[in-house]
Design a protein around this ligand. Sequence first.
Ligand SMILES: [Ca+2]
Ligand SMILES: [Ca+2]
Ligand SMILES: [Ca+2]
Ligand SMILES: [Zn+2]
Ligand SMILES: [Zn+2]
Length: 467
Amino acid sequence: MWSLWFGLFTLLQPAVVFTAPLRPAGLSRDGHLELAEVYLVKFYNHKPENGRRRRTAGLDPFQAKLREMQHFFGLEESGEVDPQTIRAMRRARCGLSDVERFGKTMRWTNKTLTYKISKFSSKMSSARVKTAFRQAWQLWAQAAPLKFRRKRRSDADIVISFNNKDHNDGSPFDGEGGILAHAFSPGPGIGGDVHFDDEETWTTNGSGYNLLPVAVHEFGHALGLSHSSDPGAIMFPAYNFGLHSVLQLSYQDVKDIKEMYGERSTSPDRLPPKTPDRCDPDLSFDAVTGMQQELVFFKDRFIWRVHPSFDEIRITLITSLWTEIPADIDAAYENTNKNSILVFKGSQYWEMLSSLKVKEGFPRNISDFGFPSSVKSIDAVLSFRETHLTDFFIGGECWRFNEDAGQMMEGFPKPIAHEWPGIKSPVDAAVAHDGRVYFFIGPQQLEFTPPIRRVTQRLPANTWLRC
Ligand SMILES: [Ca+2]
Ligand SMILES: [Ca+2]
Ligand SMILES: [Ca+2]
Ligand SMILES: [Zn+2]
Ligand SMILES: [Zn+2]
């Protein structure tokens, strides 16, 4: 074992993983290394070496697999068991591998498929389960020329059941959390069957795990789809359904299912929106905020996080960070007094603590800031770490809020053109960073230098995303 652990140890930041003397990962105090290895074996086809020979050169296989996982999840590809990676590994997910591809030949030849629920949930009523499954199949039926019929008796193509722990298919469930469900690719017998972990708190709302998105995901496998690294896809392996999430197939899901089963003859349905591309020259943002050392860019259901020491910028769902925040937000800023992030949508706002949880009692109404009821939404908001002043942009006006005093400053609102010469309205997003202020207007970005009170650069909006 020695050589393997020696190899691993050199990859790890001691501060993150080891504070105690080196010992086998299975016994490591926090178990992070063990967790990472089990995860990579299960989902990334990692084969730990038995340690007979010490690797002298080349990429460590563990590190290579870890990077592969980090890439898939849009994390910094550090090759280290860092806190972000551990957080991603702890997320509830599907039990299937992220690297095994089913292949295009694994599909049903019939266009009408039958399913049977052989064992219902012990946590949710049978009626609700039936409704959830009907809705989940409906989503796939709307995307491809397929029909799904529930059978009560006799055999069905797809047998669905809720199971505990070991259920005789070689892939035992693991109790609450962790693996939520798994499914088998199309074929006879167990092929196409879907198993849900009966120990999960299944719901049809924002508490526990919502059965609907998990069912849609697993049914995708039952139809022959593999995992997608597109965080917007229902076939993304981790559970990322938030309180305000809308159940939908993504552009990628629809494209993939159509590739397998063809077009519906009667489907003028428009395709769902694509996951935004950070290098799209037309890219605009909903909101931008600082978050400690990072900048966070919001777009639709997604965010990009820009960290000064990370090379890679990958897109993730807002819900992968903040499960209680809706999509398509209006504005966001960091309140350094309270060490929190505030997010605005319509007349509501949410305050999120550094724990990523929404503070008790939110959402609240923006009238808290002293806005009159005529203000229905905010275009953009900007906060200054040094002065604790926060500027709200609404139409052609700028409102200035004093965070220390907890009130709007006298004399505001003022025309944006007066307070911020050269800035046109409406503003999509704004953020102060490193002594400058950046305004985002459509696919354009204006850099404003406060001491000289003027626009000093015009750039494409997405320069921060390293395009
Ligand atoms: Ca589980
Ligand atoms: Ca079957
Ligand atoms: Ca906005
Ligand atoms: Zn899956
Ligand atoms: Zn199973």
